[in-house]
Write a protein that binds this ligand. Structure first.
Ligand code: FE
Length: 336
């Protein structure tokens, strides 16, 4: 429209450069996390990337915009939210040899509706003072009565805890999962509330001794003077599932059905899975690169090695509704 108007009034359209390529992203993620990636991509390709931070109502917005949506890509965290946009029918499958090669099978949708870009583990933050080395080893062990009055967590109906519970179900079945939830509820020090970082604050203040949390929050806390004090009182322990490993979730990307800039959007998706982008992710977000060949940041390395669980995100995603139902039935959030 702008060019047409210019042409009409000045006749200079031929002298204008070709319309620059662009990609529009709707992101659930904090814009600061994406900026270094977007800048590097634009510098390399000349493609402009516009990021709209969509905190709530992503699916509703995409549905309302329909075919006229300006969004090409959706970027979000957690298999739950990726699943939500896919189920709403506002994404399209993407087939790309680059994405298939760089992203391990368990971290992308077999149909190409979503792709994981980073992984994070759901781990235990343990008081350096009150929890000995080797005291926490498994998720199952959180049911042990020795933890009575010592566990803190955010709501169990939060996406992160629902995914963990779904993974528990995949390993042990619904009945054992129910028993586990009841035991964890009985071990809570306080009613679940707040976020993963406020649980670490509760360990710092002496309210509890261990909490559930995602790995990258350690990086975030260390970077914030107030929260660093809390972070310094805990260490990261990677619990395992009996017969499995530590529970992982992802951040990821999906292409919208409307995608007005499909080609440029695919270029960006493939670039996000490249060594270069994966290294930026590792450095700025303190997450694990999804691409096996890319190194973790020094801070992330300092947390030690662990065995990732072998469940695929698709298996976990399928069990989410059943897991949430159990959590509500047991009413874990009413504990303590
Ligand atoms: Fe988070």
């Amino acid at each position: 429209m702008f060019r047409a108007a210019l042409f009409a009034t000045t006749g200079l359209a031929l002298a204008l450069p070709a319309m620059a390529e662009e990609v529009n992203i709707y992101s659930h993620r904090q814009p600061e996390l994406l900026q270094p990636l977007v800048d590097a991509f634009s510098k390399e390709t000349g493609i402009t990337v516009n990021v709209a931070f969509v905190d709530k109502g992503m699916v509703e917005r995409l549905k309302a915009e329909g075919d006229r949506s300006p969004a090409d890509l959706v970027m979000t965290v957690d298999i739950a939210r990726l699943g939500e946009v896919v189920e709403a029918g506002v994404t399209q499958p993407v087939k790309s040899a680059v994405l298939e090669e760089n992203i391990p099978e368990g971290f992308r949708d077999p149909e190409g509706q979503w792709f994981g870009l980073t992984t994070r583990a759901r781990i235990v933050y343990a008081s350096r003072e009150r929890v000995a080395d080797g005291e926490v080893t498994s998720y199952e062990g959180l049911a042990d009565p020795k933890w009575k009055g010592r566990i803190c967590t955010r709501s169990f109906t939060s996406d992160y805890n629902v995914a963990l519970t779904a993974a528990y179900m995949a390993h042990h079945g619904p009945e054992a999962t129910k028993t586990w939830l009841e035991a964890v509820k009985a071990n809570l020090a306080v009613k679940p509330s707040g976020n993963d970082r406020s649980q670490v604050k509760s360990i710092w203040s002496g309210e509890c001794d261990i909490s559930l949390g995602n790995t990258y929050y350690m990086g975030q806390m260390l970077a914030n003077p107030e929260e660093k004090v809390w972070a310094d009182t805990v260490r990261i322990v990677f619990p395992k599932f009996e017969g499995g490993g530590s529970h992982l979730n992802i951040s990821g990307v999906a292409m919208t059905k409307a995608a007005p800039h499909k080609e440029a959007a695919l270029k960006l998706m493939e670039w996000l899975a490249s060594d270069e982008a994966q290294a930026i992710y590792a450095e700025t977000n303190n997450e694990f690169p999804v691409e096996p060949g890319v190194e973790r940041s020094d801070l992330v390395k300092s947390w030690g090695e662990f065995t990732p669980d072998s469940l695929s995100l698709t298996e976990i995603s399928d069990l989410r509704p059943a897991a949430l139902k159990l959590i509500e039935e047991v009413d874990v959030d009413a504990g303590a």
